[in-house]
Design a binder for this molecule. Structure first.
Ligand code: SAM
Ligand code: DTB
Ligand code: SF4
Length: 362
């Protein structure tokens, strides 16, 4: 089901109002950043012979980034489980029967100690995630202390706390938050099959609040949730037609957790697992359509071969999560990653805090 090829007449109309071109320039000619991609163009990229697609993606990657450099982020779940949302992939939803124990918000000292350890292991960005629908105002002082403390260590900061109001975005921006992660997760059409407690438009509203407050936007999604090829086209289209592309685009392969709607579905229908080549295609198309963004090979690496990961890097992925844990599930781990980096000749990218990035954009 994940390899449905039904892309001949994709439904039109992403969440953005965009200009559609019936015949645009060759996607990789020149190195311009475009926000007017059509679903037909994106579907045509997915359809390319694999070697041609990867070649185009690698070419675009070299026009905008230094190949071989990979940005390293480390995740910490600062508030685990008991979430009121019903995201079908997530073991942190209160409705999931995964046995995960709900915990309170970690104290600031524990968070800062963990960040210092991540820095010692070479990570340049510390991403703090909370199983919330949205942060409550009473949580904000501790959150702000975490941002400020991690920044003082010279690491870039990222938070993912659910939906944000304009005011909360501004508070985080004022505290110096570098990135806010909020995923659109999938195509607008597939979205409601996965999450019912908040809409695709709610997600876009948070992204707009984050963007307007001056924080860098991190937004991507998950492949392998039983979506069709047309949904993967719609997913990339929704991101690539945002008024400004997210600076960071995490592409997660579903981590199937027993007791979640999608984890159980995948266990019953093994063929639904995303095909490795289709996953690499999704990375490549994200790279071509959002050339200046960092494309993160995110969740799912623990069960991915080094060869598939190498293809992802070749296709333009230039960021990963390090460490042996994501938020609540396993990750490849530092030893495995060090060995892989050595084998592939990859090197970690230096941290670039937000002021520098803003200066560079001026
Ligand atoms: N609660 C916040 C929210 O949903 O916005 C922040 C944390 S949430 C865990 C962050 C993202 O992790 C989700 O949007 C989803 O894309 C990804 N994610 C969660 N569970 C996953 C899984 N089992 N496999 C792959 N990605 C997952
Ligand atoms: C993202 O796109 N992937 C990360 C991060 N943003 C927050 C989270 C992956 C979570 C995988 C499941 C877990 O470990 O709980
Ligand atoms: Fe809650 Fe985020 Fe998990 Fe959805 S993805 S259930 S919002 S923690």
């Amino acid at each position: 089901m994940s390899l449905d090829e039904n892309i001949s007449s994709p439904p039109e109309g992403g969440a953005q109002t965009i200009a559609h071109h019936s015949s645009g320039p060759c996607p990789t000619a020149g190195n311009q950043v475009r926000n007017d991609w059509t679903r037909e163009e994106i579907a045509a990229l997915f359809e390319l012979p694999f070697d041609e697609l990867v070649f185009q993606a690698a070419t675009v990657h070299r026009q905008h980034h230094t190949p071989g450099q990979v940005q390293l982020s480390t995740l910490l779940s600062i508030k685990t489980g008991g979430c009121p949302e019903d995201c079908g992939y997530c073991n942190q939803s209160a409705g999931a029967k995964s046995g995960l124990k709900a915990e309170k918000l970690l104290d600031v000292r524990t968070v800062l100690q963990t960040a210092a350890q991540a820095k010692d292991r070479g990570s340049s960005r510390f991403c703090m995630g909370a199983a919330w629908r949205n942060p409550k105002d009473r949580d904000m002082p501790a959150i702000i202390e975490m941002v400020q403390g991690v920044r003082q260590m010279g690491m870039e900061t990222c938070m993912t706390l659910g939906m944000l109001t304009k005011e909360q975005s501004q508070m985080l921006a004022d505290a110096g938050l570098d990135y806010y992660n909020h995923n659109i997760d999938t195509s607008p059409e597939h979205y409601e099959k996965v999450i019912t407690t908040r809409t695709f438009d709610d997600r876009l509203e948070t992204l707009e609040n984050v963007r307007n407050s001056g924080i860098n936007v991190c937004s991507g999604g998950i492949v392998g949730m039983g979506e069709t090829r047309a949904d993967r086209v719609g997913f990339v289209h929704a991101l690539a037609t945002l008024p400004r592309h997210p600076e960071s685009v995490p592409v997660n392969a579903l981590v199937p957790v027993k007791g979640t709607v999608l984890g159980d579905m995948l266990a019953d229908t093994p063929l639904a697992k995303i095909d490795d080549i289709e996953f690499v295609r999704t990375i490549a198309v994200a790279r071509i359509t959002m050339p200046a963004s960092m494309v993160r090979l995110s969740a799912g690496r623990e069960s991915m071969s080094e060869s598939t990961q190498a293809l992802c890097f070749l296709a333009g992925a230039n960021s990963i999560f390090t460490g042996d844990k994501l938020l609540t599930t396993g990750n490849a781990g530092d030893d495995a990653d060090e060995a892989m980096f050595k084998k592939l000749g990859l090197v970690p990218m230096e941290a670039e805090p937000r002021e520098n990035q803003l200066e560079a954009a001026e």
